[in-house]
Design a protein around this ligand. Structure first.
Ligand SMILES: [Zn+2]
Length: 226
């Protein structure tokens, strides 16, 4: 039986079974790529992200300025036509503590809600992983999310990716295995780059597990998580 790629709940009843697109469909302009990932999802998880998907699309597409093309036009229209949208956008805009404009005034920059951004980006990584591995990342996985303003704007064409690149220029991803973790790079509209470092639970524990001698190192690879 299929289970939800986010919470792992078995999708027993037809009423609870739905599909989620990764990356979310709404980040694309009207023409959607035919090869979007379609993942099994329960209704609860699916409904959690609808509004957030649109809001994140608005933030990212507006911040990407001209790079987001049609998606940016749509996002600007959507935000500007609603007083709530404008208020929400302004709520995220604050003077930067150190950066100043040419007149010496603090520069106003957009700040994401970190929890929201983290939840949203991790959900995309969970989907990409599920599609690749055919199973969920463990619930004990640790994620560490970073924004990379230092490399903005960054063309996905110039970025060395192990795989991915199917949805250029609206969404690009790559997976870079490191010693202890796998780092997923997510680039939106060739302009905004984030990374999500995914640390498996066995690595996430303290490295000096002094309770048990580790002389049987050969068995380590056989652990099947019981
Ligand atoms: Zn679910």
């Amino acid at each position: 039986m299929k289970s939800c790629y986010l919470c792992g709940k078995p999708l027993a009843s037809k009423a609870d079974r739905t599909k989620d697109h990764v990356p979310p469909e709404c980040i694309f302009p009207s023409e959607k790529p035919p090869n979007l990932l379609t993942l099994p999802c329960c209704r609860d998880c699916n409904s959690k992200y609808g509004k957030l998907d649109e809001r994140m699309r608005n933030y990212l597409a507006i911040l990407a300025a001209t790079a987001s093309g049609d998606a940016g036009d749509k996002a600007r229209r959507e935000v500007l036509r609603s007083p709530r949208g404008v208020a929400d956008f302004l709520q995220h805009t604050r003077p930067h503590p150190t950066l100043t404009d040419p007149k010496g005034e603090p520069r106003h920059l957009f700040f994401f809600n970190d929890d929201e951004l983290r939840d949203w980006l991790c959900r995309i990584v969970k989907g990409l992983y599920f599609a690749k591995a055919g199973e969920r990342l463990s619930d004990a996985t640790q994620y560490s999310v970073r924004k990379h303003p230092e490399v903005t704007p960054q063309s996905s064409l110039s970025f060395p990716m192990e795989d991915g690149l199917q949805f250029r220029p609206h969404f690009t991803y790559g997976r870079v295995p490191d010693v202890r973790e796998v780092v997923w790079f997510l680039i939106f509209y060739d302009a905004l780059m984030f990374s999500v470092a995914v640390q498996p639970p066995e690595e996430a524990t303290q490295p000096n597990n002094s309770l048990e001698p580790t002389s049987t190192a050969g068995e380590k690879g056989d652990s099947n998580g019981h």
